[in-house]
Ligand binder design. Sequence first.
Ligand SMILES: C[S@@+](CC[C@H](N)C(=O)[O-])C[C@H]1O[C@@H](n2cnc3c(N)ncnc32)[C@H](O)[C@@H]1O
Length: 231
Amino acid sequence: MNEQTLSMRLERVAAHMPAGARLADIGSDHAYLPVALLRRGAIAMAVAGEVALTPFRAAERTVGENGLEQQISVRLANGLAAIEPEDGITAISLCGMGGETIRDILDSGKARLSGQERLILQPNGGEQPLRQWLMENDYRILCEEVLRENRFYYEIIVAERAGPVTYTAEELYFGPLQLQARNPIFLAKWQRLLCQKQKTLTSFAKARQAVPEEKLQDIARQARWITELLA
Ligand SMILES: C[S@@+](CC[C@H](N)C(=O)[O-])C[C@H]1O[C@@H](n2cnc3c(N)ncnc32)[C@H](O)[C@@H]1O
């Protein structure tokens, strides 16, 4: 992967970018996403935010090598602290991090959200707590995708603030739109997860030390929901 050839995962994230967006790519690492989008003329400008020095320097290098210093501002900052009101950001991408990390970045940076931005999120696990945060903060999920690349499943969640919205516990767990569409990749992902949950339950049953009842019940409930989904 590089700024010319994105991974399929980032290519699918790119597909949800509004044309001409003013993008904040938080946790940008090498800044491949904003650089690829600018090279294609798909966005107007970008902020590439990074909290760690090595990826921050890598982002600066990619931007410099592509002569995009005027259009992409690379900033060493924690989460949404990379965004300034005068940037006029219209889309925020947070990709390749755990769902809980993305949730925490959004929550601690709430004051920097105008509410007008489209959020394009690609969590690696932890989708349920992330959807919970979206619901609690009036974000409606507009689009969801599951894709498979290099034997891993990835989810993409696109959301915009649109007033109060309610999702059921199952919708938060599986994704409200995924639950309706039930496409083959989504079902294959949950088939794999069901096997993992069943293995966990078997190992709990064999464990010498008692597993907390609450944890056991939680995994049993998840296995039941997935079994019902796949039935
Ligand atoms: C696995 S990389 C993903 C890079 C790229 N977004 C992608 O999807 O390919 C995650 C990046 O997020 C950065 N990161 C983690 N927490 C962050 C935070 N609070 N603020 C900014 N960047 C963060 C890490 O330093 C790392 O470079």
